[in-house]
Design a binder for this molecule. Structure first.
Ligand code: GRF
Length: 199
């Protein structure tokens, strides 16, 4: 459609460690639907720090370039991040999207991509930063839970909030049931926030 040509295409690099369902939701939002709703971006590269991440296959099935940079083959975090950063920079991305990327990043890495680095966290931040968010929300007796997309800063899960979605916590919820309900919202929220940022 002619309208597509009027919008400059932006580059995304997505970092994953596991299932990659958020990555797939973002990739699908960049190719589907009416052009006005479609993400004005292409996923240039998906990088996993784990060779066995199921998300690699999801990316390849979509024709997206993938790279594995296994953190275990480096002696320290800085050496891993140096190689990771150089690979990301080859794509000149407008946004570096953390989507289930399970490595803590150093302040130097965060600074290198300042203003371009975003993350999704499966809780209503500032509640429940860190791991096991769903179990902790149930344990605390929360009536609602949810998901946050935020800018990445040097402090884990504390950067400025870009978007949130709320889901109910139901009687008898297990962490897995709550996680599935939250994940469905993640798949809606992350493409939306990226769309707004790239506008
Ligand atoms: C998501 O719940 C994300 O918020 C969290 O890890 C999960 C990753 O899921 N950080 P996926 O790899 O996108 O399927």
């Amino acid at each position: 459609m002619a309208g597509d040509n009027l919008r400059p295409m932006k580059n995304l690099v997505i970092l994953i460690s596991g299932g990659g369902s958020n990555m797939a939701a973002i990739a699908d939002a960049s190719v589907r639907g009416h052009w006005e709703a479609r993400l004005p971006a292409r996923v240039a590269l998906v990088v996993s720090n784990r060779p066995d991440a199921a998300g690699l296959l999801l990316a390849q099935q979509r024709g997206i370039a993938t790279a594995v940079i296994d953190h275990r083959s480096f002696t320290n975090r800085e050496a891993f991040e140096q190689v990771l950063a150089e690979r990301i920079e080859q794509e000149n991305p407008d946004l570096v999207v953390l989507a289930g990327f399970m490595r803590v990043l150093t302040p130097a890495f965060v600074q290198r991509f300042e203003g371009r680095l975003i993350n999704i966290h499966p809780s209503l931040l500032p509640a429940f930063p860190g791991l096991h968010t769903h179990a902790r929300a149930i344990e605390a007796g929360c009536r609602v839970a949810g998901v946050t997309v935020h800018r990445v800063t040097a402090e884990l899960d504390q950067g400025p909030i870009l978007g949130q979605s709320v889901v109910p916590v139901l009687t008898g919820d297990t962490p897995a049931a709550l996680a599935a309900r939250v994940l469905a919202q993640e798949h809606r929220l992350y493409p939306q926030v990226i769309h707004d940022l790239l506008r």
